[in-house]
Design a binder for this molecule. Structure first.
Ligand SMILES: O=C(O)CC1=CCC(=O)O1
Length: 92
């Protein structure tokens, strides 16, 4: 099953630059592993925002929830998920 997720990240004002940098390192590792496993198909930055769109190829809702809630930045994310179905006009 394919899902599109939009993640908006908001760190608390009180968080130090060092802590933010630590989150970014952990996030990159977690995200890279998902991509190598093929469970995250793609990730794109939303221009001008601390947000991304990413596409997941997973077995079911439960697997997606496990993945999303495992992101190190999860406590600071607002996530909107859209299930995707094949478009009848797609030539792929
Ligand atoms: O958009 C970001 O920088 C936060 C993030 C979520 C998944 C990821 O790889 O980065």
């Amino acid at each position: 099953m394919l899902f599109l997720a939009r993640m908006d990240v908001t760190f608390p004002e009180s968080m130090t630059a060092e802590t933010k940098a630590e989150f970014q390192v952990k996030e990159k590792e977690y995200s890279g592993n998902l991509q190598r496993e093929g469970r995250m198909r793609d990730i794109w930055r939303v221009v001008g925002e601390y947000a991304n769109y990413s596409v997941y190829d997973v077995a079911d809702n439960d697997e997606l929830h496990t993945i999303l809630s495992g992101f190190p930045m999860y406590p600071y994310m607002d996530i909107k998920v859209t299930p995707l179905a094949k478009h009848p006009n797609s030539i792929k």
